[in-house]
Design a binder for this molecule. Structure first.
Ligand SMILES: [Mg+2]
Length: 244
């Protein structure tokens, strides 16, 4: 797949050092990962009688090996939470069908922003951290893959910075939008002209109001609030605040 997107870039003459591009992060920037994973997917397992503690324990066990629904079910089977292969097969088919369309998990400002950026001649490059198979499932199911000129998955912590070595010379103008200050720091450290936008999809009031009764609603996204930035980045709450 990566080869295909690379070819598309070359054929269209993009990335020749003249144009401009936007580097976009996926989880918690374009995609409401917490609502998908920690709220709705976890609830779907619970409807099959999987207790939250067993769900989390099995998730923690398989996550370092690269997440997939099949691996998660295998681990629950191993722990004796799922009674047999028939139920496992039924669960996998039901979950895959229920979560085959992830477009409802895109933040509402995403489609219009990407469209406007394309119209203004920006190349769109998705830099996504995490297991490539799991990440590419989410990107495809959310309908984003065709909108991007290039998609790069990296499993290396801080790996986004290294990607700037190539991209920095491929474009005259680059900006990056990410919810992780550490990733923006690592990219800007490699390419000082990079315009960086630190997007936060969690408002302080989200953590105080009634939704705080559902701690998983902002489970991962809220953690980024406490990561300090070494370099300066434009802070925003929405893509509407990113001037193209
Ligand atoms: Mg992210």
């Amino acid at each position: 797949m990566r080869g295909e997107t690379d070819r598309k870039v070359a054929e269209n003459g993009f990335g020749d050092g003249q144009g401009r591009a936007i580097l976009l992060d996926f989880d918690h920037t374009l995609f409401d990962t917490d609502r998908f994973f920690w709220v709705d997917l976890k609830s779907a397992f619970a409807r099959f009688g999987v207790p939250d503690e067993a769900w989390e324990k099995s998730y923690e066990a398989i996550w370092p090996l690269g997440y997939s629904l099949a691996k998660h079910l295998d681990e629950l089977d191993r722990l004796g939470v799922i009674a047999g292969q028939d139920i496992r097969r039924t669960m996998l088919a039901t979950l895959e069908a229920a979560f085959s369309d992830l477009r409802p998990y895109l933040f509402p400002d995403v489609p219009a922003f990407l469209e406007a950026a394309r119209q203004r001649g920006f190349d769109l490059i998705l830099l996504s951290f995490g297991d490539p198979t799991w990440q590419s499932y989410k990107v495809r199911a959310s309908g984003l893959a065709p909108l991007f000129q290039k998609i790069v998955y990296t499993v290396k912590q801080g790996g986004k910075g290294e990607l700037l070595d190539d991209l920095g010379s491929s474009y005259a103008e680059l900006c990056a939008i990410d919810n992780n200050p550490a990733d923006l720091d690592s990219m800007k450290a490699r390419h000082s002209k990079l315009r960086t936008h630190l997007i936060c999809r969690v408002k302080p009031s989200d953590l105080e109001g009634p939704t705080s009764l559902v701690p998983d609603r902002f489970r991962e996204a809220a953690r980024y609030l406490s990561i300090p930035s070494r370099l300066s980045h434009h802070r925003c709450w929405s893509l509407d605040e990113v001037r193209l």
